[in-house]
Design a protein around this ligand. Structure first.
Ligand SMILES: C[S@@+](CC[C@H](N)C(=O)[O-])C[C@H]1O[C@@H](n2cnc3c(N)ncnc32)[C@H](O)[C@@H]1O
Length: 268
């Protein structure tokens, strides 16, 4: 059983209504609206600055007119981008996240927050953005949706634009890697989610999925994208009952080239 987008919207709306910052980053000691708001937004700034630094290291030129933050939550990355981009658009599936994002926004009209309950980005025309960013979002969507969004990231990018998105890549446990992910993911995900909900509710338990990097890289190339860099992040710890998960951040141009270097390094 996997959630459709309606289920995802309900789940994230419920989380956003009760404890939005913890729903976004369930760190120990932050449940019950106990995140320090300044620290929470600093985490977003550090993430965005790390991404922009990596883009500079890669020697990529990037226009700074329009950025899309896909799955923006309360806008911690959207606002961090406002220091660099003229127009920052955050989209989310959960209306209460957007209410919180607008309340917390410190950058006026430079940041706009929009609802997107659809399995694509049809609300935006082709070539609308210089940068599309997505962090801790695609993993909450079943594979068919995640790949559909990646397809549209490329479509809405301008010719010299860049998509930067993070995705879970599979269990760190080498024994589980022998089982094909299309067989393992739904059953594993369901079991993990139920176990976490029962035994460790303080760590959250919302649906999450993974896609191996090889599948993502070939999907991008088949859709005309050029993978510039793939960065291995620190594994996401699974808690007492969960499994640690590998995760990567992909830097992708909407070009036509077939090649792409795979860079394995620390977190950006
Ligand atoms: C873990 S939070 C991350 C929020 C934000 N990216 C950050 O790092 O602060 C996941 C967010 O993605 C949103 N989300 C999940 N699936 C989505 C989808 N299909 N379309 C848009 N937003 C989605 C959720 O509502 C939630 O706000």
């Amino acid at each position: 059983m996997q959630m459709g987008l309606d289920g995802l919207q309900d789940e994230w709306s419920r989380l956003a209504e009760t404890d939005p910052l913890w729903a976004i980053a369930a760190l120990a000691g932050t449940k019950g609206n106990r995140w320090d708001i300044t620290e929470f937004f600093l985490v977003g700034e550090r993430r965005v600055e790390g991404v922009l630094a990596h883009i500079r290291e890669l020697g990529l030129e990037l226009a700074t007119d329009d950025v899309l933050d896909f799955g923006c939550g309360v806008g911690r990355a959207t606002q961090a981008f406002a220091k660099h981009f003229t127009r920052c658009v955050g989209v989310d599936i959960a209306p209460p996240m957007l209410v919180a994002a607008r309340q917390l926004n410190k950058f006026g009209k430079r940041c706009e927050y929009r609802l997107n309950p659809h399995p694509d980005l049809s609300m935006f025309g082709d070539a609308s953005f210089d940068l599309v960013f997505s962090n801790n979002v695609l993993q909450h969507n079943p594979r068919r949706f995640a790949l559909g969004y990646i397809h549209d990231f490329l479509r809405v990018l301008r010719a010299r634009g860049l998509a930067v998105f993070q995705m879970l890549s599979g269990p760190s446990n080498p024994w589980l890697r022998w089982i094909p992910y299309w067989a393992l993911d739904p059953a594993f995900n369901r079991t993990r989610t139920v176990l976490r909900r029962i035994t460790n509710p303080d760590e959250g338990g919302w649906e999450s999925h993974w896609i191996p990097p090889s599948v993502i890289l070939s999907f991008i190339r088949r859709n005309g994208g050029e993978v510039i860099s793939t960065v291995r992040e620190s594994p996401l710890q699974g808690g007492r009952t969960g499994q640690a998960m590998e995760q990567h951040t992909y830097f992708v141009r909407p070009g036509r080239a077939e090649s792409g270097t795979v860079q394995v390094s620390g977190a950006v």
